[in-house]
Ligand binder design. Structure first.
Ligand code: MN
Length: 323
């Protein structure tokens, strides 16, 4: 095994974050100054990093909500991330599908690539080393790295290995059929002391394979469904020396202050709404084409109540007209 067996002396503390989804547009139902609230979250993250003496902030993909946000947004975050380099904090990242243009791996066409080329984020692919810690990356659609070849040592200690991956991994009860479970990825995770995941927007932490797997969850609430509104975005500070971790909640406004829920359609049936949530996540997090997602929607709706069946019929009619 390539894992470090006893505590090292690297003393690298890592701040783990989930998807950021930086964007210039306002999510439906948000009624606050979303741009300011979003920027505030990112500022909070780096304040926490400085206070906890973290050397690294991990961003596991979906840094941006779109590959080509406006220049002003790109520059705003480029300048901010550059300002944090003065504190010797590295932001280590992999691209998520939202960062990619048409889900292609050429990041030279994207805002993510601009930040990478400007040196304000560090790509974890193929590898980045900081003192006794090695960071490996797996962006959306890429292969899992396998550091089975002997790696360097630091102070005669095995390197502490971190994997940063953007992939559809969720808890077994997440209800998303295209998602993988930790168990299915056991072999891919086996080399690493710490795995930080992006894509699934809800936090979970698992101890497995002698390591720690953290899915920090999205830093912002973007939808007015009960589950997202009730979420408390947080980050996790991980100490590579002691392997201790601490979840730190971000300061957020109460959901009723930022979400305008009165425009919600009052007669949405619970099953329909649940399906819509799944579809939103499915669109966000799987390789399915839009057609696949619609097909799945129709199949699910046909199993439902009269209202759901009627909706299935409408979707089918629209689809057959367009194809
Ligand atoms: Mn995402």
């Amino acid at each position: 095994m390539g894992k470090r067996e006893k505590p090292g002396e690297s003393e690298v503390k890592i701040l783990c974050t989930g998807d950021w989804h930086l964007r210039s547009t306002i999510p439906v139902n948000r009624k606050d100054d979303f741009l300011a609230a979003h920027f505030d979250k990112v500022q909070q993250i780096y304040k926490i990093a400085r206070e906890h003496k973290c050397r690294v902030v991990i961003q596991p993909g979906d840094l941006f909500d779109k590959p080509n946000p406006p220049y002003y947004l790109t520059n705003m975050y480029l300048n901010f991330l550059r300002s944090q380099l003065a504190y010797k904090i590295f932001t280590i990242a992999v691209p998520g599908q939202h960062d990619q243009l048409f889900r292609q791996k050429d990041m030279g066409r994207t805002a993510w690539g601009v930040l990478d080329n400007a040196g304000v984020i560090v790509s974890a692919t193929p590898k980045f080393t900081l003192e006794g810690v090695e960071f490996y990356g797996k962006g959306w659609g890429s292969e899992y790295p396998n550091p089975s070849v002997p790696t360097f040592t630091y102070n005669n200690q095995e390197m502490f290995k971190v994997l940063i991956a953007h992939d559809s991994v969720g808890p077994s009860d997440c209800g998303l059929p295209d998602f993988k479970t930790i168990g299915e990825l056991a072999e891919d995770f086996a080399w690493f002391d710490l795995v930080v995941l992006g894509d699934y927007h809800y936090r979970f932490v698992v101890q497995a394979q002698g390591g720690t797997i953290i899915n920090p969850g999205c830093i912002v609430r973007m939808t007015a469904d009960q589950r997202d509104m009730g979420r408390e975005p947080s980050v996790t500070v991980f100490d590579t020396e002691t392997r201790e971790m601490e979840e730190i909640k971000l300061n957020v406004s109460p959901a009723e202050d930022v979400f305008d829920v009165k425009h919600d359609t009052p007669h949405d049936s619970a099953s329909l709404r649940e399906l819509m949530d799944k579809l939103k996540l499915g669109m966000d997090a799987t390789t399915s084409s839009f057609q696949d997602v619609l097909d799945k929607a129709v199949k699910e709706l046909e199993k439902g109540d009269a209202e759901s069946k009627a909706a299935a019929k409408v979707i089918s009619q629209v689809m057959s007209k367009e194809s």
